[in-house]
Design a protein around this ligand. Structure first.
Ligand code: PEP
Ligand code: MN
Length: 346
């Protein structure tokens, strides 16, 4: 339930509503808006009787909220959430944010060279895995903390922000110290203890859609993070498993505008994992931007044929330059712009 206070409601009237919510055994989440305060109720399993609040002084309306993912829902929070990063980059505002880099950090040279090429092409956030959630236990699992140190070095050198994945609670403790955005991967989307830990982190979280997750399950996973107090969440559509193995995954382009309708959180697309094939990444990126994605997460490698993970879907640096120019054209066609990097040193 959402209790909408009238424009001239006093602080005492707001406190009285919060006290009534607590008395009923639920939690009150006040949400100050430009015109008026709304108070959300969480912790109720079934509908709450509006009569508890409708007669109280200062209450304009008590509205039943249908969705189970309340904090994430646009019914509760009408304005778009905008995530701000330390290098001035925003995600969820009018400007599109492109994140790029290798699937995994493999060496200092590999990372710095790839970071330089993506920064020069116009990426504003550097990606790169230090902890890799691999389907095969014998595949490269990532370099761990030394990779985080390299990522931080590359970020600072090129004026980028940093996104890297945490796969469990110990890696999240480490990732939180180094990164600007904590990535939670498709395989972790329903790791509920990890979602709760990310909800207590003091860094924004990028939550990928699970391998076969419905939109409702994805938004409920995000709700876990917001419920712990972290509202800086970015959603990432990265393709879902389909009956057809012609592509690695099926990028669900229409999930982007649908989720933006249901939620105030920014939504970006990962066309690399969404297709699994380098020659499809450009078309999938253009489609995602046309569908109003707030950003892209793209795998780029200086030598994709030598990559220790996801080489087949990683772009050559030159292809990424081309992709950026196409993305700028599509963005312009829908009245948006692509954020430009602040500094590119070296
Ligand atoms: C990745 O970004 O490299 C990754 C492992 O992605 P996903 O969780 O979408 O498979
Ligand atoms: Mn990858």
């Amino acid at each position: 339930m959402l209790i909408v206070m009238s424009q001239d409601a006093t602080a005492a009237q707001i406190d009285a509503v919060k006290a009534r919510v607590a008395q009923l055994g639920f939690q009150a989440r006040p949400m100050p808006g430009e015109q008026r305060v709304a108070i959300g109720i969480v912790g109720n399993d079934g509908p709450v009787d509006a009569a508890h609040f409708e007669g109280m002084p200062g209450v304009l309306q008590a509205i039943h909220v249908a969705s189970p993912y309340k904090l994430v829902s646009r019914e509760w929070h009408r304005e778009d959430t905008i995530v701000h990063l330390p290098n001035g980059v925003t995600i969820g505002g009018p400007e599109i944010c492109v994140m790029a880099g290798p699937c995994a950090v493999e060496s200092r040279d590999q990372l710095l060279e790839t970071a330089e090429s993506v920064a020069r092409a116009g990426a504003v956030v550097l990606r790169g895995g230090a902890f890799k959630p691999r389907s095969n236990p014998y595949s490269f699992q990532g370099l761990g903390e030394p990779a985080l140190e390299l990522l931080a070095e590359a970020r600072d050198h090129f004026g980028l922000a940093l996104i890297t994945e945490a796969i469990d609670e110990p890696s999240l403790d480490l990732v939180e110290q180094y990164t600007d955005i904590i990535q939670l991967g498709a395989r972790s989307m329903q790791n509920f203890p990890l979602l709760k830990r990310a909800g207590r982190a003091r860094k924004p979280v990028l939550l990928k859609r699970g391998l076969a997750a419905t939109i409702r399950e994805w938004l409920l996973a995000a709700e876990y993070i917001l419920a712990e107090g972290n509202s800086q969440v970015i959603l990432c559509e990265r393709g879902i498993r389909s009956y057809d193995d012609a592509t690695r995954n099926m990028l669900d382009v229409i999930a982007i505008p649908l989720v933006k309708q249901l939620s105030h959180l920014p939504v970006i697309a990962d066309p690399s994992h969404g297709t699994g094939r380098r020659h499809l990444v450009g078309a999938a990126s253009r489609a995602a931007i046309a569908a109003d994605a707030d950003g892209l997460l793209i795998e780029v490698h200086r030598q994709p044929d030598q990559a220790m993970s996801d080489g087949a879907q990683s772009l050559f640096p030159g292809q990424f330059v081309e992709l950026m120019s196409e993305v700028r054209s599509v963005a312009a066609a829908i009245g948006r712009t692509v954020q430009a990097p602040a500094v590119v040193a070296r």
